[in-house]
Write a protein that binds this ligand. Structure first.
Ligand code: CP
Length: 317
């Protein structure tokens, strides 16, 4: 069956998930992003690749990094950017998601960047707009399902600091169960040939059968971190938890919070990542988050180039 994200020529039509996205497509996005990093460091940070195109940011769920970096990325590609304020839009009066999409399509939208609390919402939109061949949908995070551009910027960051995916041990730590970021990164890492992807967390926060994604499972933080090249810390996503899954945030920090002592178990040059937002003192100690091994803020900066690459490739440039 054809990947619904690709058109009949095998080109990227939508970006909905990294699950099943071919190695060469991911590599093309990462290489294209590398070419955009230089632009983001110039005095004049604009290229005309999306001139005349309209990018609609539709964030039905809160965001700081993703929404802002998509806006910056689209503007650097010279697109017109429309940020729909969901709270003051007619969605608040009961208009359905697909009616909103139909109305924005009638305004000649070229791209929808969608964040939604419901897993599958961007897929639904992509199916709905299939009669508009030049309209693209980018998933900016749907429920606990996928966050492909975060996965890509995480891959970009890992490649930037560690070069070769095929020689790495990467640990993803914490609330994997509710994390779209973890799912996207795991799919991306395994597609890129990372031989040792580990998930570390309490049983209550790891999905049943997670091994089937090609990862090794650890419940003991010290054991799981030993010899790692990169550590990706995850936030406890309380807003998605049904009932209490942990005794307390303090207990969690004691077992799974990343401190300097625990970091010392990884390789001496291991990098520390976090998609944000961070909860200091819950999953990560400030001494680590602000320390020399942290690449948390570079992740955000790379996110601009990665999102530029995704939009430029979708638009055929
Ligand atoms: N990483 C991430 O998705 O952050 P935001 O929720 O702030 O966009």
């Amino acid at each position: 069956m054809r990947n619904p994200q690709l058109n009949e020529r095998g080109e990227l039509r939508h970006l909905l998930t990294l699950d099943g996205l071919p190695h060469e497509v991911i590599l093309h996005i990462l290489d294209t992003a590398a070419s955009f990093v230089g632009i983001t460091e110039r005095d004049v940070k604009k290229v005309p690749l999306l001139r005349g195109k309209s990018v609609f940011n539709l964030f039905f769920e809160n965001s700081t990094r993703t929404r802002t970096t998509f806006e910056i990325a689209a503007k650097r590609l010279s697109a017109d950017v429309i940020n729909l304020n969901i709270n003051t839009s007619s969605a608040a009066k009961g208009e359905s998601l697909l009616d909103t999409i139909d109305n924005l399509s009638a305004m000649h939208a070229d791209m929808f960047v969608v964040r939604h609390a419901s897993s599958g919402a961007p897929h639904l939109i992509a199916r709905h707009v299939k009669e508009h061949p030049y309209l693209h949908v980018v998933n900016a995070g749907d429920g606990r399902h996928a966050h492909p551009t975060q996965g890509l910027l995480d891959l970009y960051t890992i490649r930037h600091y560690k070069q070769d995916f095929t020689k790495l041990s990467v640990a993803v730590v914490g609330d994997v169960l509710h994390s779209r970021v973890a799912r996207s990164l795991i799919h991306g890492l395994t597609t890129m040939g990372t031989p040792d992807v580990r998930v570390i967390g309490p049983r209550t926060l790891l999905p049943r059968g997670v091994e089937q994604l090609g990862v090794r499972v650890f419940h003991d933080m010290a054991e799981g971190l030993r010899g790692c090249d990169a550590i990706v810390m995850l936030r406890l996503q309380n807003e998605r938890m049904k009932g209490p899954l942990l005794p307390s945030a303090q207990e969690y920090f004691k077992s799974y919070g990343l401190t300097l002592e625990k970091l010392a178990l990884a390789k001496p040059d291991a990098i520390v990542m976090h998609p944000g937002p961070m909860n200091r003192g819950v999953e990560i100690d400030s001494a680590v988050a602000d320390g020399p091994r942290s690449v948390i803020l570079p992740q955000v900066t790379f996110g601009i180039a990665v999102r530029m690459a995704v939009m430029a490739i979708l638009a055929g440039n």
